[in-house]
Write a protein that binds this ligand. Structure first.
Ligand SMILES: Nc1ncnc2c1ncn2[C@@H]1O[C@H](COP(=O)(O)OP(=O)(O)OP(=O)(O)O)[C@@H](O)[C@H]1O
Ligand SMILES: O=c1[nH]c(=O)c2[nH+]cn([C@@H]3O[C@H](COP(=O)(O)O)[C@@H](O)[C@H]3O)c2[nH]1
Ligand SMILES: NC(=O)CC[C@H](N)C(=O)O
Ligand SMILES: [Mg+2]
Length: 509
């Protein structure tokens, strides 16, 4: 089925998928396209509207990415965001230059002029900015619709044509009314029709999987986590018993996890097998301290195991529950920078015998949960906190040793058990313990101790792209600290991580 899309021009922003996702949430089909897309191709797609994303470049630099000039003359409504706004200004004869005061984080937007873009919005609201350049001269025919303290041209439009620009980021959750503003652009300016709902996504993907796979077989890398379970159920719907799920026990799982996953999958009645490769993984990790190296070794070893299993089953495809954040952080899209190598994306070997099938690659975690709900995936799986593929290997800082895995398993188990007991597990997005490679002095029973430190991490997030530390009650933390130090041998100190993402990340490695 062909649908009229809204096109998101990608200028290399970390948030480009977030823009596309907000549009889908508003019920309109959206498609990300390279900024240099041909105007004829745009006309063929017949979009309701176009959004220019932000990006790391500056428009006045040589070689800065700019769209084909005819795009601005197609008569299709355009909204430029940040770099996108700067692009419009630059191309239509205004001026953009390096600002004296750069603007990162919160700012207050003041509406100067009424416009359909602001329908139903207050005259003043908080927005989120992230820019170093600013518009100093507007192109002819443009007016300022709103300003902030540092940006007199925070929202602009052409007085006759439907060309808009915003200096802030309406796509991030920190901008209040960001979604409403995008909605106004879609429905008031572009006059878009609702044409996209989650069930459509499922239908669309099932058809796509059938077409891609044809008569071949597929092995699924199944972790028992949300993403791979949803990917497996979706693919099973498409190809039935030509799917076979492989759960790898790499020796880096949490306490009791291996049995738990096995049991919950028996109930789901998907074709399933557990492979114990723990000795193999641990052997390969011996002596390795560097986090990126650990991640790559794990990624490669996973593939070795899957290739062996696929051969036995006669499969041509490897199904993974890869999500969009795994892809951006591994710099798997044009223009983005490597933050960390996710084992299932950047950690893959260069040559593989299996073709990848990743039906959830464009989605964020909370969207995957919605898909899972519609597919009838049990709640205990959907509500499970994310657990990274490399497992405890990236929560033991430095070299991974067997005895340390035991220590971390016990500490982590206590933390999670208590979160559940206190009714806090479903309130935080993800929680876990990390084992630090430092020793500190303590006194226990009048005796000096010199032992290791455990860090506790709990975060609130919606999509894992940004996160803040959870404000867990002091009494709770106090209780967990006491249990860990009393019950876990080798630990005499517990610390709580209060870093947000950014500037930190959720995992420590
Ligand atoms: N132990 C494992 N055995 C088999 N495949 C795995 C294992 N761990 C991870 N994978 C594969 O790597 C992918 C990425 O892992 P990731 O942790 O992001 O997703 P998940 O485990 O499915 O979900 P969640 O994020 O909720 O833990 C998984 O979707 C799965 O395909
Ligand atoms: O399957 C995975 N393979 C990986 O290599 C990996 N690294 C991080 N994560 C998970 O991704 C989310 C964001 O984590 P970071 O803020 O640490 O990048 C968090 O939920 C992390 O647990 C991973 N998941
Ligand atoms: N976030 C962005 O789009 C930044 C645009 C441009 N690089 C600036 O610093 O102003
Ligand atoms: Mg996982």
């Amino acid at each position: 089925m062909s649908r009229r899309p809204v096109l998101v021009f990608n200028f290399g922003s970390q948030y480009v998928q977030l823009i596309a996702r907000r549009i889908r949430e508003l019920g309109v089909y959206s498609q990300i396209v390279p900024y240099y897309i041909d105007p004829q191709e745009v006309e063929r797609l017949n979009p309701y509207g176009i959004i220019f994303s932000g990006g790391p470049a500056s428009v006045y630099q040589e070689g800065a990415p700019l769209p084909h000039p005819k795009i601005l003359d197609l008569g299709v409504p355009i909204l430029g965001i940040c770099y996108g706004l700067q692009t419009i200004v630059h191309m239509l004869g205004g001026k953009v230059e390096r600002a004296q005061k750069q603007e990162y984080g919160r700012a207050t937007l003041r509406v100067l002029k009424e416009d359909p873009l602001f329908k139903g919005l207050p005259k003043e609201f908080e927005v989120w900015m992230s820019h170093a350049d600013k518009v100093s001269v507007l192109p002819e025919g443009f007016v300022a619709l709103a300003s902030s303290e540092n940006s007199p041209y925070a929202v602009i439009r052409h007085s006759e044509r439907p060309i808009y620009g915003v200096q802030f980021h309406p796509e991030v959750t920190h901008t209040s009314y960001g979604k409403e503003l995008l909605g106004n652009f879609l429905f008031e300016v572009c006059k878009a029709q609702v044409n996209w709902q989650m069930p459509d996504f499922i239908q669309h993907k099932v058809e796509e999987i059938r077409q891609t796979v044809g008569n071949s077989k597929v092995v699924c890398a199944l972790s028992g986590g949300v993403d791979s379970t949803v990917a497996a159920v979706l693919t099973y719907k498409a190809i039935g018993d030509r799917l076979f799920c492989i759960f790898v026990d790499h020796g880096l799982l949490r306490k009791g996890e291996s049995q738990e996953v096995e049991e919950s999958f028996k109930k789901l009645s998907l074709p399933f097998k557990k492979v114990d490769a723990s000795e193999y993984f641990l052997e390969r990790l011996k002596g390795v301290e560097n986090p990126e190296q650990k991640r790559k070794i794990i990624g490669h070893t996973f593939i070795e195991v899957f290739e062996r299993e696929a051969k036995e089953f006669g499969a041509e495809y490897l199904l993974q529950g890869t999500l969009y954040p795994d892809v951006v952080e591994s710099a798997g899209i044009e223009g983005a920078k490597v933050i960390k190598t996710h084992h299932n994306v950047g950690g893959l070997p260069e040559r593989m015998n299996l073709k990848l099938l990743e039906p959830l690659r464009e989605l964020f975690k909370d969207e995957v949960r919605k898909v899972g709900e519609l597919l009838g995936v049990p709640e205990n799986i959907l509500k499970r906190h994310p657990f990274p593929g490399p497992g405890l290997a990236i929560r033991i800082l430095g070299e991974v040793k067997k005895e340390d895995l035991e220590i971390l398993r016990e500490a982590d188990y206590i933390f999670i058990e208590e979160l559940k007991r206190w009714g806090l597990y479903d309130k935080v997005w993800q929680a876990f313990a990390v084992l630090l490679p430092v020793k500190s002095v303590g006194v226990m029973g009048d005796v000096r101790t010199y032992e290791r430190v455990v860090g506790l991490r709990a975060v609130d997030s919606t999509d894992g792209m940004t996160a803040d530390w959870s404000r867990l009650p002091y009494e709770f933390l106090d209780h967990v600290m006491r249990r860990i130090i009393n019950e876990v041998k080798g630990i005499n100190r517990v610390v709580y991580d209060i870093s947000s993402k950014p500037p930190a990340t959720i995992e420590w490695e």
